[in-house]
Design a protein around this ligand. Structure first.
Ligand SMILES: NC(=O)c1ccc[n+]([C@@H]2O[C@H](COP(=O)([O-])OP(=O)(O)OC[C@H]3O[C@@H](n4cnc5c(N)ncnc54)[C@H](OP(=O)(O)O)[C@@H]3O)[C@@H](O)[C@H]2O)c1
Length: 207
């Protein structure tokens, strides 16, 4: 397949990229700097910002599916996820591309989690108020898109290898699940692509 990948220079995104290339997909990465992405056979890099509609449209055109592992970096990233999601949804609808798999965040929905402690429910939303609001707006845009979306909600991200030994639960963390490696998140995204699974769902991944 031909995959358009946003955030391919990031920590989850570069794992996704390696896995897609290993599975012989053609990957078109949108990156702010070409030098931030490794070069490889089967990979094309288009320089551009995810908040620029034309740049997003350029990588989405001709794709069979779109994957996003974008994450805010620095002060200029305010509203990145929601803005990029709006550009992505518009570009996908224009180009007739249906499948979208995007990284979200479990923590942004902790207020509604029936299992999480009262203290966590109060503290986390205050500490991460702005990024969590951006995550929720991104989800709203994608949920309203009519596309075949999967919103992957990792627990706290950590480094380390893909283990395949994690739990999933719709919407909220599996009981006691606190963290997940970026590599396991990437593998889940690539598996959801190849298995056409978790359509219209927001699975939380945690150990
Ligand atoms: N931290 C946690 O514990 C946690 C938990 C759950 C979910 N999450 C979610 O995980 C994601 C972060 O994952 P990560 O650690 O892999 O992130 P990361 O390593 O910081 O990578 C972020 C990626 O986004 C790209 N990017 C940022 N702004 C961009 C823009 N304007 N245009 C194009 N590309 C842009 C970066 O590209 P450049 O190379 O150009 O900077 C990079 O490729 C976030 O969406 C966050 O909400 C985090």
């Amino acid at each position: 397949m031909r995959i358009a990948l946003l955030g391919g220079s990031g920590r989850i995104g570069s794992e996704v990229l390696d896995m897609l290339l290993a599975d012989d997909h053609d990957v078109q990465v949108l990156a702010r700097s070409e030098s931030s992405v490794r070069s490889a056979t089967g990979l094309t890099v288009t320089e551009g910002d995810a908040l620029d509609q034309e740049s997003v449209a350029a990588v989405v055109k001709g794709a069979d599916a779109v994957m996003s592992a974008l994450g805010p970096r620095g002060a200029k990233s305010k509203g990145l996820l929601a803005g990029a999601a709006a550009n992505t949804v518009a570009a996908m609808n224009d180009a007739g591309v249906r499948r979208l798999i995007a990284v979200s965040a479990a923590g942004a929905f902790i207020g509604a989690d029936p299992d999480s402690g009262a203290l966590t429910k109060v503290i986390l939303p205050v500490v991460f108020a702005k990024p969590f609001a951006d995550v929720r707006r991104m989800e709203d845009v994608i949920r309203a898109s009519g596309l075949e979306w999967t919103l992957v909600r990792p627990a706290r991200l950590v480094g380390g290898p893909a283990t395949g030994q994690y739990r999933t639960r719709s919407d909220f963390p599996p009981q006691g699940g606190m963290k997940i490696t970026r590599a396991d998140v990437a593998q889940f995204m690539v598996d959801a692509l190849s298995q056409h699974s978790w359509i219209g769902a927001s699975p939380v991944l945690a150990y």
